[in-house]
Design a protein around this ligand. Structure first.
Ligand code: NDP
Ligand code: BG6
Length: 514
């Protein structure tokens, strides 16, 4: 592929997987494509979805006959909507290049239809407008992106499938998290959605799977000889998956309080990373083969115990010229809320490859820095030839592989090296692959990659229902226990490294957080 043509053969697809989603291998670049963003007046649409669609357009990944319809209750004309959404579209693909022409052309293909979420009639009106713009082509395909609160997922899926699915081509639906709050509500949601959508049509987004470094994880493991043989309990001492943000829930407190950090980040984003990290080699790169391996990892996880979970909540900080609010200072947060804004959890995978290796997951808001990374610490070299030079602290004398997911994407391996010169002094240094030094390219946003995959019918980076079932089975009991026992989160100051308890948890497994 030349990277700019529009063909489903661009992606690695497989149509021979029994019971799986049928990746679309036909080239339908001459058909019409309509993308409907339901909830187009919202935050995610403006911040992520439209900019991603625009970038795909600029890069030549949308077919010639595409149109994008915003749908929400807010009353706006096409023109008003273009003005509203246009403000968030920047030409970030090519710094300095004038996207002016493309900008106007893109907006010309953007339309807006106001309507209610539970009204079949309104969706019929929408469908009429879609048909109108699609009529240039014989065949048209439709993507519905549900960028709306979960309370209305089912109503919208129902109306979209009954009153607005494509009469001539395929219809696919992108669903955003939260996928329920626990095993029961997830099962209920699935049951409701399945009245209207087949598993094949449903694309459940976990946007972490669309991040460059996460997609590379499988390549790193299975395309290089040097890592995979070491990828087990025999050589790996522990794995840390760390997510931290240097801002609080400002503005999203109302949503956040119903979920908390375990459901918001750990149960989905971090657990998905562990599944990819720890899975066996898939039979092929087909979506079903990869997801089969991931779900096995999730199902092999040892039941969580409260002793292996630390929760925290940030408090305000003032002094030194900074004034930062605590979580409870947010007006949208209920008084006295015990909702965790930080959690660390030790999980274990009970299989031959990983038994006994702690996977420490940590996620928090309002911490000292914004970063996400995977840190793999290896055992010390047996035999101790250089032990007297290195000392006994394994953190200073063993290898560590770090994958920095963001910001400043990088992969580096800490090695022990001889300091050049006379004598024998050893040093810990890095073999460093920093993306912005090695690759002079713009890294696509996760949403760009994921929306393109939906268009291509490629489900490798989307979550299958049994994966979610397993993820909820792991976390539901512990979430219930935390809530029923009203466990108090340990408070930590805004901008700090998190609660002390998290360091004790790591120390219990011989780990110092990286
Ligand atoms: P918003 O709260 O901004 O909602 C999107 C739109 O839905 C609103 O513009 C509004 O449109 C409509 N809406 C809002 N509340 C209600 C309600 N109670 N009943 C009916 N309609 C309502 O959501 P986001 O854009 O932030 O997120 C969309 C989805 O994506 C959610 O499922 C969210 O959990 C998920 N998500 C969001 C992320 C983010 O960064 N924002 C990150 C990851 C996931 P109108 O009033 O015009 O109809
Ligand atoms: C979302 C969470 O899924 O991921 C947010 O709901 C979080 O709370 C966000 O801020 C982080 O995404 P990113 O891509 O900015 O790391």
């Amino acid at each position: 592929s030349n990277g700019s043509s529009y063909s489903v053969t661009d992606s690695i697809v497989a149509d021979d997987v029994a019971g799986g989603s049928s990746s679309d291998t036909t080239d339908w670049s001459n058909d019409a494509l309509s993308v409907v963003v339901v909830g187009a007046s919202g935050d995610l649409a403006k911040k992520k979805i439209y900019p991603a669609l625009f970038a795909l357009y600029v890069e030549g990944h949308l077919p010639e006959y595409f149109s994008i319809f915003g749908y929400a209750r807010s009353k706006m004309s096409d023109e008003e909507f273009r003005e509203y959404i246009g403000g968030s579209l920047t030409c970030r693909l090519s710094d300095g290049e004038n996207c002016g022409d493309k900008f106007d052309k893109f907006l010309e293909r953007c339309f807006y239809q106001p309507g209610q979420y539970a009204s079949e009639d309104d969706f019929k009106t929408l469908s009429g407008r879609l048909t109108e713009v699609e009529k240039e082509r014989e065949k048209a395909h439709r993507v519905f992106y549900l960028s709306i609160p979960p309370s209305i997922f089912t109503a919208v899926a129902g109306c979209a499938s009954t009153a607005a699915s494509s009469p001539s081509g395929w219809t696919r639906v992108i669903v955003e998290k939260p996928f329920g709050k626990d095993s029961e509500s997830f099962a209920q949601l699935e049951k409701e959605l399945s009245n209207f959508l087949t598993e094949d049509q449903m694309y459940r987004i976990d946007h972490y799977l669309g991040k460059e470094l996460i997609e590379n994880l499988t390549v790193l493991r299975f395309a290089n000889l040097v890592f995979e043989p070491l990828w087990s309990r025999q050589y790996i001492r522990n794995v840390q998956v760390i997510f931290s943000e240097d801002f609080g829930t400002e503005g999203r407190g109302g949503y956040f309080d119903q979920y908390g950090i375990i459901r918001d980040v750990i149960q989905n984003h971090l657990l998905q990373i562990v599944a990819l990290f720890a899975m066996e080699a898939p039979v092929s790169l087909a979506a079903e083969h990869i997801r089969n391996e991931k779900v096995k990892v999730l199902r092999s996880m040892k039941k969580l115990s409260l002793d292996d979970v630390v929760i925290g909540q940030y408090r305000g900080r003032s002094g030194g010229g900074v004034e930062k609010p605590g979580y409870l200072d947010d007006d949208t947060v209920p008084e006295g809320s015990l909702c965790p804004t930080f959690a660390s959890v030790a999980v274990f995978i009970n299989n031959a490859r990983w038994a006994g290796v702690p996977f420490l997951l940590k996620a928090g808001k309002a911490l000292a820095s914004r970063r996400a990374e995977i840190r793999v610490q290896f055992h010390q070299v047996p035999g101790g030839l250089y032990q007297d030079k290195l000392g006994h602290d394994p953190d200073r004398s063993s290898n560590e592989l770090v994958m920095r997911i963001q910001p400043d994407e990088a992969i580096y391996l800490k090695i022990i090296n001889k300091v050049p010169g006379l004598g024998l002094n050893l040093d810990v240094t890095k073999l460093d692959l920093t993306y912005k030094q090695r690759y002079n390219v713009h890294l696509p946003d996760a949403y760009e990659r994921l929306i393109l995959d939906v268009i291509h019918g490629d489900k490798r980076l989307f979550i299958r229902n049994d994966e979610l079932d397993a993820a909820w089975a792991l976390f539901t009991p512990i979430l219930k226990e935390i809530e029923e026992k009203k466990i108090q989160p340990e408070t930590y100051p805004y901008g700090s490294r998190g609660p002390i308890g998290s360091h004790y948890l790591a120390a219990k497994y011989g780990v110092r957080w990286g």
